[in-house]
Design a protein around this ligand. Structure first.
Ligand code: NA7
Length: 581
């Protein structure tokens, strides 16, 4: 392959950034359906996206394996079985490698290539994409498939550079693994990742100290192997599972009950919670319809789950710290686990409440708290999450029409039209960008929907001879207002420190980023946008800054919105039919 570090850039119809679930499928559609000369640029030296990087102990998907796979091809579906109820990191990576081979995608994927900048050339009507190595690519369409959770958030704790031991962030885990045997390990962070990692690290560590800033709920995953009959069932029921995940608001393969917690007597409620606890996983969220809509309803689930922590954890002070949870259940992403709380019953595992006694700094020997206490450590694991949703996009220096910069345009928070397009950035599409249901859903379903919508849009442009497309500022303003309204109709913003709001990254604007209106509604809105000739977009000319908001949004979300397919007629009167996890 020739490269161009000076002179003319290599020319493509489309460049896709990222080779995870989104990038692989986008390449397949653009190349094999539309016949576009397409190239995928990927930082890593393998495909897999988030599943390439997140190799920390216990890394596993919280979506059930029969739903965490592509649904666009029955043949592809039938060519792969997962082995467990929830797929582990290595198996998902193996699946994506299998897909890359099966669809012969590799020749058009350039690995070890980090995109650092992309600039729109108005005269040429093309993007110029620049990599860290100085290669340049030109393309008419630029698609980001960079994921929502790929910019690791290593907290800026003073003294880290002086630490004598080793430290790792879970999202940038060494490929050769980390040997914890007999070592004093400290883990910072108790989100979904930390909760998965604790029991596995504890298996070999000499001691494990968990530094908890915010206590968290967790429901047992009840993971286990799938027997041959189950595998066959998932293979044979492709159409049913596909229909199901495309019809639920959170794109998981189970329905959210239409019953309300507050309509039940206490005994029935507890029985339902216990049953869901026994079944395990994110299904707990689906027991009642009103869990994310009413604080009073949520309190009943929260109390049940806190009671479980106190029941499992033997030491009363440890149980108190772990169950001292300050936010409604599922207002932050609800973790699921394998033996998380039980692990604190082991003699060599302890929790430190760093809300009560915050981390002051890192010293050569370990972690020092405000009280002056020093925890001596050989290894620090940062399970401290990500600069979510905007981080991966803003790590690239996007320069749009007239030299405007995305970092400036999003200084007060991201703005997209239906999660896929940004005013001022023509012919740029963002798969699961801010404003997409993305992380509030089983990611595969929004990814497939976006990727297909983008391919359809480009196909339409080519058919109609339209060279340029750009979201209007009014459409993005209206969409982000709607994203805010959808979140505010739920308890989601009540977890003030969640990464949904950007609150986990100091200085990041607090804007609720994912769309909480549900995947079914979202798909319906996107379909209407396309069917009405791409409303909210300027086709073939720069967007008019004075253009009014697109009527499609008000019509699809207002009181006269069409019913949601498969839902009761009155569902349309509620902005949030039933939000995602
Ligand atoms: P999360 O959910 O953002 O969790 C990060 C954890 O790290 C959380 O407990 C944070 O506490 C904690 N944290 C972050 N910075 C610090 C500092 N400086 N000191 C102490 N504790 C800190 O990330 P995950 O990787 O677990 O999960 C991300 C998503 O990946 C997950 O939701 C799935 O969708 C997959 P805080 O709550 O901010 O007080």
């Amino acid at each position: 392959m020739t490269t161009a570090t000076g002179g003319s850039p290599q020319s493509y119809d489309a460049i896709v950034i990222g080779a995870g679930f989104a990038g692989l499928y986008q390449l397949h559609l653009l190349r094999d359906r539309l016949g576009l000369k397409t190239r995928v640029l990927e930082t890593a030296d393998g495909v897999g996206g988030t599943w390439y990087w997140n190799r920390y102990p216990g890394a596993r998907c919280d979506s059930e394996s029969h739903s965490y796979r592509y649904f666009f091809s029955k043949e592809l579906h039938e060519s792969w079985d997962y082995s467990e109820r929830y797929p582990g990191q290595e198996e998902i990576r193996a699946y994506l490698n299998h897909v890359a081979d099966k669809l012969a995608l590799r020749p058009d994927i350039q690995l070890s290539t980090k995109v650092t900048a992309a600039a729109w050339d108005e005269a040429a009507g093309r993007w110029t994409v620049t990599t860290e190595a100085g290669e340049r690519f030109a393309c008419q369409w630029l698609i980001t498939a960079v994921g929502c959770l790929s910019s690791a958030n290593v907290p800026n704790i003073p003294g880290l550079e002086d630490f004598r031991g080793e430290w790792h962030h879970t999202g940038r885990w060494p490929h050769e693994g980390v040997d914890f045997a007999g070592k004093r390990v400290g883990q910072v962070g108790t989100g979904s990742t930390g909760i998965q990692a604790v029991p596995v690290i504890a298996e070999t560590a000499g001691s494990l100290t968990v530094f908890q800033r915010t206590a968290n709920y967790s429901v047992p995953a009840r993971n286990g192997p799938l027997n041959e009959q189950r595998k066959k069932e998932w293979r044979d029921n492709f159409e049913e599972v596909r229909k199901l995940v495309q019809s639920t608001p959170n794109a998981h393969p189970f329905r959210i009950s239409t019953d309300r917690a507050l309509d039940q007597d206490e005994a029935t409620r507890l029985e339902r919670y216990q049953k869901a606890w026994d079944i395990g996983g994110l299904r707990f969220r689906a027991v009642f319809h009103d869990l994310l809509l009413s604080k009073e309803a949520n309190d009943t689930a929260a109390e049940f789950l806190k009671g479980k922590i106190r029941e499992i954890v033997k030491d009363p002070e440890t149980a108190r710290i772990l169950s001292d949870i300050d936010h409604p259940y599922a207002a932050k992403r609800p973790p699921i686990d394998t033996n998380y709380f039980d692990t604190f019953n082991l003699d060599h595992v302890s929790v430190v409440d760093v809300r009560a006694d915050p981390i002051r700094r890192i010293v050569p020997e370990g972690i020092e708290l405000e009280s002056g206490a020093v925890h001596e450590l050989d290894v620090i694991v940062f399970a401290t999450g990500f600069d979510a949703m905007t981080g991966p996009l803003l790590s690239i220096d996007f320069q749009g029409a007239g030299g405007r910069r995305l970092r400036d345009d999003w200084a007060a928070g991201p703005k997209t039209w239906v999660g896929v397009a940004i005013p001022g950035y023509p012919n740029l599409f963002t798969v699961t960008g801010p404003g997409s249901p993305s992380v509030l859903a089983n990611m595969i379903v929004p990814i497939e929907q976006h990727v297909e919508w983008i391919a359809d849009c480009i196909e339409t442009m080519r058919r109609e001879g339209v060279e340029r497309i750009e979201a209007t500022p009014a459409a993005a303003e209206a969409w982000m207002a709607h994203v805010g309204d959808a979140a505010n109709a739920t308890l989601l913003p009540q977890a003030g420190h969640s990464w949904y709001l950007g609150a986990n990254v100091p200085g990041k604007p607090r804007v609720f980023m994912p769309y909480a209106g549900g995947m079914v509604r979202f798909r319906q809105i996107c379909d209407a946008v396309a069917a009405r000739g791409y409303e909210g977009f300027a086709m073939g000319a720069p967007a008019d800054p004075a253009a009014p908001p697109p009527p499609v949004l008000a019509e699809m979300t207002g009181p006269d919105a069409p019913p949601l397919p498969g839902y009761p007629a009155d569902a349309r009167t509620s902005l949030v039919e039933a939000p995602g996890v």
